[in-house]
Structures are given as C-alpha cells and as structure tokens.
Design a protein around this ligand. Structure first.
Ligand code: FAD
Length: 453
C-alpha cells in the first residue's frame, strides 16, 4: 500500500469520467517498487479505467549529454514490457511534456505524476497540472522517507536530520510491492507513440561525436541496476565500511546513476542490504538514506541550491575575507574541463569523470576543494563545478550533486581552523591523499582507462 505521506494534490480539478488514467513516468523510470506506478494502477482499477503510462523524451534537458539520454533510453524496453504485461499501455513521445500532458488530459479521468525536487521539473509539473482539465496527483517515489515527513525545514547537517529519519524510517522500509494487474486492460490506446527503436533513433540527434559527451561506462536499465546491486552485496559490501573512501579500491556500489534516473528504488536497495546482516550495512544505509535524503532536504527547502547563494552565511563570510589571498595557480574553465592542471591526482579525477562518467566519492571532494583553490572567486568555482558535474557525471543534475558541491563550500559541515584562501572552510591537499592511500594506484587505473579508449 502506498503510504499517504507520499501522495499530494497538484490541482483542484475534478476526477473526470474520461477514457483512461494517465501516469507520466519521469523521475521514477521503473516498473518495480514504484509507488507512483502502484498508485496509478490502484486509481485505474478503482475507476475501472485503463491505465496509460506516458514517457517523454525532452530535448535539451538541463545540460544533459548524449551519454545521459542513451542510458535513459536503454531502460525503456524493459519498462514497457513489464508495464504492458500488467495490462497497461506504454507510450513514448518526444517533445515538451507540458504540451503533451495538457493534450492527453482532455480524455483522461485522472493524472498521476512522480515527484520532482529540482526547479525546472517542478515548474513543468506545476504548469502541466494547471493546464490539465482533470485532477492531477503526485506521488513521492524516489526517497525512503518522504522529505516533508522527515522534516518541515532545511536541516543544518546529517546530525540534525539523522534522528528525524531514524524515528520514522522503519514504517517506510516495511513497504512491500504489490504488482497490481490492471482490470480494464488495454493493448492499443490509439495514441501516436514512438517505438523503443524509434526512441533510440530519435536521441541520435543529441550526439556530438565527442567521446566525452557521448560515451560512459554505464548501461542503463532496471536489470543492470539489480545486477550491480547483486555484485555489490556479494563482492564489495563486506569491505564498504573500511574502504569506501579509498579511491584505489572499487568498493562503492555504482548505483547512483540508476538512482538518479529512478531506475531502481532506494527502498528496494535498502531492504536488500538489510537482509544481508552485513557489518557494513549500517554505513551503507547512512549514505543511501541519511546523506542522500539530506541532499533532497536541501534542494526541497533551499531555492538557491544550484547557486553560490545557498552556501551558509559563515562560510561565505570567511571565504570573502580570504578573497585577496594569493593563489598559486589559476585555471580557466577550459583547462579544468580538459584536465590540464599541474596536479596529476586532480587530473586523474577529472579524467575519470570524462571517461567513465563517474568520479570516486572521495576524489569528488578533493576535486571540488581544488577548484575553489584555483579559481578567482568562490562564485566562479561554484559555477564551474555545477557545469562539469551536470555535464559529465552520469548521476549529475541530482540533489546529491548540488548538496555535494555546496558541501565543498562548507554546507552540512562545520568551521575548521583557518587556512589560506579557504578561511574556516575545510581544506584538502595532495599530501592527505598520499598519506591515506596508495594514490599512484588510482592514477595508474585512470591511465589504463585512457589507453583502453
Ligand atoms: P555508494 O558509496 O555506493 O553509496 C550508495 C548511495 O548512497 C549512492 O548511490 C548515493 O545515492 C548515496 N550517497 C553516497 N554518498 C553520498 C553523499 N556524499 N551525498 C549524498 N548521497 C550519497 N551524488 C550523486 O548522486 N550525484 C552527483 O551529481 C553527485 N555529485 C557530487 C559532487 C561532489 C563535489 C561531491 C563531494 C559529492 C557528490 N555526490 C553526488 C555524492 C557522492 O559522491 C555520490 O553519491 C557517490 O559517489 C555515488 O557513488 P555510488 O553510488 O557508488 O555510492
């Protein structure tokens, strides 16, 4: 059963006696463990209407590159097969979702959205709901604890959010999926739709014949995500607590791209991890639930999440006080993008991002701190980080991305002793990497990746 805290009204229109119930699948691109889809199925059956699931391909979506579209489209066939098996229709359209939904609303009884956190997608939902002629409801389906159910305000840090999450999380982890069959089955909804093959051909328009924009080492789709989870549980989880910070060890789950596209549910992942009874389970759940949902809390309650304005007041003040500190190196956005700095560890991290489409978590922190050190102003550093993160990370354009960038500037952290350029904001240096890890091993791995391409 979908928990009521996940469900909210998007307009005050009536439920109509239309031809179908419509679910616009956008944030939760999966047929399994998807409360929005489940709610849509329940609604269709309660109204005795067929269910149509709509998928839109939006050109020019928030700095997305071909590598992101490709990953997304790779998940489509599996979703459409699972949804059709339940007796619902799956249609794919290319274009502006607001116009498509407004048009489809004319024959709909009710419309269901999955929930958005970023401004751009919130605005699309708001406009589509206002223009639709029937009731629109949204279901928050990509977090374990719905953000407002955990906290009604922007949290200061993980330490303040953690007890609030822990107080309610078991209720949401009890969720069991009901694979609901549609009673009023539909095979052909008589609505123009791209086939999965046509969707693949359509996105070729976004190709730039540049390997950094076009390729990554990830293949999209629910089965791929489940396979990654299985490998993680079998081979890596036992080392996660001790080694997750070490960029020379590959013990991270690599699930962030799948979570970003909603191709796997965080509730499902958490349930599988809990079942293992592994000693590392607690550390993993801390990242998957507390840290990830702290990021969702941040973007939900801080409208400046993608701008320097979102940096805490104390951090902005201390960084401003150190603006005139001499910088040993300055790099232009192009030099940074092309991994052309004097620092081979930083260049390796940037190359990992360009080539693989996913930088190791620890190197993301180092990467961000160095961009602050090598930029004229913290504002410029913030902008270039958002640009690079959103363009190249397969998990970019995500709440965890904006929170991670802001963390480099002191968000969700505390003041440290004062340093050149950073003031009281936490500082990181290459000596730390050398002290903690066999960092040359990481450099070598990325060199091999380069040669392999
Ligand atoms: P695992 O270690 O296997 O963790 C499992 C899941 O927990 C991750 O998939 C993720 O959803 C969540 N998680 C782990 N660490 C964090 C964290 N620090 N904050 C929030 N959630 C976390 N994450 C993104 O998903 N997208 C981004 O664009 C992104 N950009 C970042 C930029 C910077 C500068 C920094 C410092 C961090 C960024 N992160 C981002 C957070 C983190 O680095 C990634 O979530 C993590 O590396 C993803 O790899 P994984 O799935 O193998 O992680």
């Amino acid at each position: 059963m979908v928990e009521k805290e996940r469900i909210s009204l998007c307009n005050d229109k009536e439920v109509k006696n239309g031809e179908y119930v419509l679910y616009w699948m956008q944030a939760s691109q999966r047929a399994c463990f998807n409360p929005a889809l489940e709610y849509a199925c329940l609604t269709a059956n309660a109204l005795n209407k067929p269910l149509i699931v709509l998928f839109c391909i939006m050109p020019g979506y928030l700095a997305a590159s071909f590598r992101h579209y490709k990953f997304m489209v790779e998940g489509l066939q599996e979703n459409s097969d699972s949804i059709r098996k339940r007796g619902a229709a799956f249609i794919i359209k290319a274009g502006e979702p607001c116009e498509i939904i407004t048009e489809l609303s004319k024959n709909a009884s009710m419309i269901i959205f999955d929930f958005a956190y970023l401004d751009f997608m919130k605005a699309v939902r708001k406009k589509a709901a206002a223009q639709s002629v029937c009731r629109v409801v949204q279901v928050e389906s990509n977090v374990v604890v719905p953000v407002a159910a955990a906290s009604s305000k922007e949290e200061y840090s993980a330490a303040t959010l953690r007890p609030k999450i822990n107080a309610v999380v078991s209720k949401y982890l009890d969720y069991e999926e009901e694979k609901i069959e549609i009673k009023n089955k539909i095979s052909d909804p008589q609505i123009e739709s791209l086939t999965e093959q046509q969707a693949k051909e359509y996105i070729q328009n976004f190709k730039r014949n540049n390997r950094y924009f076009d390729e990554s080492s990830f293949t999209g789709g629910y089965s791929q995500a489940c396979q990654k989870l299985e490998v993680f549980i079998k081979d890596k989880l036992h080392n996660y607590a001790g080694m997750r910070n070490d960029p020379t060890c590959e013990v991270q789950s690599d699930l962030s791209p799948y979570l970003h596209f909603g191709q796997i549910s965080p509730v499902y992942i958490a349930k599988q991890i809990i079942k293992t009874l592994s000693e590392s389970a607690e550390e993993y759940l801390e990242e998957l639930i507390v840290r990830r949902e702290l990021a969702h809390n941040f973007v939900m309650y801080n409208e400046d999440y993608a701008r320097y304005d979102s940096v805490p007041v104390w951090a902005k003040k201390t960084l401003a006080e150190h603006l005139s500190d001499p910088r040993e190196y300055y790099y232009s956005p192009q030099q940074l993008e092309n991994a052309q700095t004097h620092d081979e560890y930083w260049n390796s991290a940037q190359n990992e991002l360009l080539l693989r489409g996913k930088m190791h978590n620890y190197m993301r922190m180092y990467w961000g701190k160095k961009i602050i050190e090598w930029s004229e102003t913290p504002q410029k550093a913030f902008e270039i980080m958002v640009y690079l993160n959103d363009r190249y990370e397969m998990d970019g354009r995500d709440p965890s991305g904006y929170a991670g960038i802001c963390w480099c500037f002191g968000k969700h952290d505390r003041p440290w002793s004062s340093r050149r350029i950073f003031g009281n904001v936490r500082y990181m240096n290459d000596k730390g990497l050398e002290r903690k890890f066999k960092i040359q091993k990481y450099v070598q791995r990325i060199e091999n990746l380069k040669k392999g391409r």
